[in-house]
Write a protein that binds this ligand. Sequence first.
Ligand SMILES: Cc1ncc(COP(=O)(O)O)c(C=O)c1O
Length: 415
Amino acid sequence: MKNLAINNGEKSIKTSLPTFRDATGRSLGSEEIEQLTEVINSGSLSFLSGAKSKEFERDFANLYGVKLAVAVSSGTAALHTAITYLNPEPGDEIIVAPITDMGSIIPILAQLAIPVFADVDGETQNLDSAKLESYITPRTRAIVVTHIYGNPADMDAIMTIAERHNLFVIEDCAQAHLAMYKGRLCGTIGHLGCFSFQQSKHMTTGDGGMVIANDNERFGRELRQCSDKGWPRNKSGRDHLFLAPNYHMTELQAAVGIAQLRKLVDMVEARRRTAFYLTELLTSLPVRPTPILPETKGTFFFYTFRVDPGLLKVSPMEVVKAMVAEGIDCFLGYPGQVPIYGYPVIKDAKTFGTSGLPFTLRDARLQGDFSASLCPVAEKACKETVCIWWNERLDRNHVEQIARAIEKVIHAYLY
Ligand SMILES: Cc1ncc(COP(=O)(O)O)c(C=O)c1O
């Protein structure tokens, strides 16, 4: 144990590895600059007069084989556009996974709907389809399915349940660009697919997002208007048909998006290749990489594995601290050491003034006390899952260094 960097031993990884936080781990270059230059020279930075957002949407829709793509300002904005489209009544329920980003929940609360947290599968950490139906009530309107870590959720079972109960399905693909489920792209299986292009994602525009769909009109409103102030732009003059925010993507983001999208297949394949290599190198260690469902293709937003606390002399948190000291960019538990309902915005209903809305709506049905163990499987996963930040610029040599550092830490702490 003395040789661990955390105990002042020599650090295993001596030079820093590529990181998504800067140019070392991102594929941004002349292609993006060329696109950006065109936008600046055009003088049109807004989608209203520019051509780049429209081009980016067309390219994204073509890649995904869908009729419509709407470019927006973030992944949260994409999900809010989706929930605005659904137009729930205040107090309607939307089922979500507790292992996800707050960006999946904010839009539900903002539309005064109630998030209902359905526990996850103990292995994949995606929604547990065997338990899903037990969360449905007469007030359930939709399911937001996060494909966590880039691993496809159990979509056949989820869609069968959704159809049986006439529920709308929104796929949260913020971590799952080009993930495949039984030959179909995640984001095209439910009714809507939502993506994020935030700095850490498989492709980035800094911040940014996309909604994809095969229909532009449902629930009495048009999808595009749900991120555009409820404004029917095809009519002359001004009109605002319903309450909706302005979530336009700028032409600058779209320019970067066009160039990034052209690299997406290669960037995703690079993430997969190196992640599989790490799995291979870790086979002799008592760690369990998060499994991926058969007939699916995960795309490794993070590289995740579980450490069985019973096998080690220290807690998973101590393992992570030692890994960080060795030079690995990692942390314990996503979205932290508690599921998403463990944060004040939900747990303490820090929402609108002191009202506690939507949880305090007169006819809202409350799932329970969010500070209690609502989803025990998710709670355990948050306390045991090691998440390593991943990116397309990691190569075999980097992965070997990561594997050696993990091995050093695990061996030091094994009983
Ligand atoms: C699963 C998931 N959903 C939604 C979001 C929200 O995306 P953004 O940060 O672009 O708003 C994220 C971003 O981290 C995410 O990982």
